[in-house]
Design a protein around this ligand. Structure first.
Ligand SMILES: [Zn+2]
Length: 223
């Protein structure tokens, strides 16, 4: 398998997800420097919840070039951009230190209908790559289930977002999370309504602790 991978990467070398130049990485050094200059690259860990026991790690502020790329990734049929987002996570020491605290990575689910429309669950593609690379993190995509189609969160205000996700998710295969440290993976964290709802039901179902990992955090005020 490794040989095949090496052979394939020789024939199809990685392409930078931003400037599309061939190289040895899915994000080239020039583009990485540009992102740092935009002051949006800030691997960061925030603490939420009553006792600050829900940790949220993210790489970017949701704006500028990275916002464009996330939108392209989600809405313009560019699943290969998962490679670039994956590299941001595993190449950063702070992020890797954070990931070591968890046993399971669980992407925010979509309904089957939504996956059929888009062709992929963007959070699952990245979570799978992270789990493949970091052997101690196991991908579990059948714990969190989305049972009801919801309105797009970005069209709603803060209160509506909370209402919208209530009872939209459920847990199955509870035995897989009993006593485990579970990491939820989503693309963007805005008001946190989705991630917090999932964290809540994971804890009720027996997870020892729940953390959140996202590509970006949106700091825009949502009232
Ligand atoms: Zn580049």
């Amino acid at each position: 398998m490794n040989f095949l991978y090496t052979a394939l990467s020789f024939i199809f070398p990685p392409v930078c997800g931003i400037c599309n130049k061939y190289g040895n990485s899915y994000i080239c050094n020039t583009c990485m420097e540009k992102l740092k200059n935009e002051k949006i690259y800030l691997p960061q860990i925030d603490f939420y919840g009553k006792n600050g026991d829900i940790k949220h790690c993210y790489i970017f502020v949701y704006k500028g070039m990275i916002r464009e790329k996330i939108l392209q990734y989600k809405f313009f049929d560019k699943p290969y951009l998962a490679n670039m987002f994956f590299e941001f996570f595993v190449k950063n020491e702070k992020v890797c230190g954070f990931l070591k605290n968890y046993d399971i990575i669980s992407p925010i689910p979509m309904t089957k209908k939504k996956i059929a429309q888009r062709g992929y669950n963007q959070s699952e593609l990245i979570a799978r790559k992270i789990a493949q690379k970091l052997k101690y993190l196991k991908l579990e995509k059948d714990i969190l289930i989305k049972c009801n189609e919801t309105k797009t969160q970005s069209t709603l205000n803060k209160k509506q977002r909370l209402e919208n996700v209530k009872n939209a998710y459920k847990i199955q295969n509870e035995q897989k999370i009993t006593g485990k440290e579970v990491l939820i993976f989503d693309d963007i964290y805005t008001t946190g309504a989705t991630c917090m709802e999932c964290a809540k039901i994971l804890k009720i179902a027996g997870a020892k602790s729940v953390g959140i990992l996202t590509i970006a955090k949106d700091f825009k005020e949502i009232n």
